[in-house]
Design a protein around this ligand. Structure first.
Ligand SMILES: Nc1nc2c(ncn2[C@@H]2O[C@H](COP(=O)(O)OP(=O)(O)OP(=O)(O)O)[C@@H](O)[C@H]2O)c(=O)[nH]1
Ligand SMILES: [Mg+2]
Length: 360
């Protein structure tokens, strides 16, 4: 999974990035020139993988991972000049979801330039920028199509694309994101090349100062039905990453009511809200976690491991993490009749352990 942190300037994206990844990228209250995004890959330290690894004693244990990308800050009015620079835009397109970081801290220097924190106004302005950016792309495309049609280049595909883009433009004009529009498979294919930014799943990261942390129930409530919100005390949590001792870290966290590390809160939140689950493969060589979407099948899971496994898929042997832990061994799982053979269309559950039989 790949999550992009975006937001207005100085919302605290890099601070959050450091809190999540343990990196030490430069954070500054002053305008920075750096345009290229920071990137880091972080293991998802799923305790189930640790347990399975203790049971199977494999040569290698591989956790799932999340890639976090920290983009340069946007300014209001950015859409006109392109919300993201060329390189950043290419990166944005490869993200699975965008986390919109909102500033909920005061700082004398930052406040002087950007005003006192106003997360409600900021979410509006970011959302508007993303929609505007897509509107510009869609309208340009529409003009192009129309001029091609006029010049007699009429093909059924082009005519179909015109219709689809017209619908998108209408929706964007209404201030609504591409995400949420109902499109047929064919329509989706027609527009997939544009990779509209407002088509991406988004959620909000509220970046609160220590003294504001946990006190934004009203604001979070006001976004309900529109955006899911996860709150971080960015600066505080970034500083926590400098403390090596876990118990000591916990003391600080308890102090302001933080239950788990930033990365584990983000991970849990992202899996749940974006609809991801984990399945595992186990053996003496390797115990490994894989990430797929809710509703994906044994065949999709096989393809996630390797395209050969999907191509030559015969059956999947399936049992659950819970069963193997509760019963103590794979042998016991078999004896209790909890070991199943499933076909291609089996919908994989969170915590399933899969062994794919295949032949190519
Ligand atoms: N008090 C307080 N200061 C914060 C917090 N988060 C960030 N800051 C400060 O705000 C300034 C900007 O933080 P950055 O993380 O660099 O913000 P950014 O969004 O990455 O900024 P750009 O990339 O330039 O848009 C720094 O001086 C941080 O120390 C916070 O939660 N509390
Ligand atoms: Mg930054």
């Amino acid at each position: 999974m790949n999550i992009g942190l975006i937001g207005l300037r100085k919302s605290g994206k890099t601070t959050i990035f450091n809190a999540l990844t343990g990196r030490a990228e430069e954070v500054s209250e002053y305008v920075t020139q750096k345009m290229e995004p920071n990137m880091a890959v972080v293991d998802v330290l799923d305790p189930r993988v640790t347990e399975l690894s203790a049971m199977y004693q494999p040569k290698k244990t591989v956790y799932a991972n999340i890639e976090v990308v920290d983009f340069a800050g946007l300014s209001a009015g950015a859409a006109e000049h392109g919300v993201f620079s060329g390189e950043a835009m290419a990166r944005v397109k490869t993200t699975d979801a965008l986390a919109i970081v909102l500033r909920n801290y005061t700082d004398p220097v930052v406040d002087e330039t950007y005003g006192t924190p106003n997360p409600a106004a900021d979410i509006e302005s970011i959302t508007t920028e993303l929609i505007l950016a897509d509107q510009i792309v869609a309208e340009r495309r529409l003009e192009r199509i129309r001029s091609d049609l006029k010049r007699g280049k009429k093909t059924p595909t082009l005519a179909a694309e015109e219709k689809t883009i017209e619908r998108l433009v209408a929706r964007l004009n209404d201030g609504l994101p591409v995400a949420g529009i109902e499109l047929t498979e064919e329509e989706n294919r027609l527009i997939s090349g544009f990779q509209f930014v407002s088509a991406k799943p988004v959620f909000v990261v509220l970046n609160s100062s220590e003294d504001r942390y946990g006190k934004s129930a009203e604001f979070i409530e006001s976004l309900s039905g529109k955006h899911d919100v996860v709150e971080f005390a960015g600066k505080f949590e970034m500083e926590l990453t400098n403390i090596d001792d876990a118990d000591e870290r916990q003391v600080f966290m308890d102090d302001i009511g933080i239950t788990e590390s930033a990365i584990s809160r983000l991970t849990t939140f992202a899996y749940e809200k974006l609809g991801y689950i984990s399945f595992f493969t186990v053996g003496s060589d390797e115990v490994r976690a894989w990430t797929i979407r809710v509703g994906e099948t044994a065949l999709d899971a096989a393809g996630t491991i390797h395209s050969d496994l999907a191509r030559g898929f015969i059956r999947a042997e399936v049992f659950s993490y819970e069963d193997v832990i509760n019963l103590g061994s794979e042998k016991a799982v078999k004896e209790k009749g909890k070991f199943r053979l499933e076909g291609k269309s089996y919908v994989v559950h969170d915590g399933d352990i899969l062994h794919v039989r295949f032949s190519v």
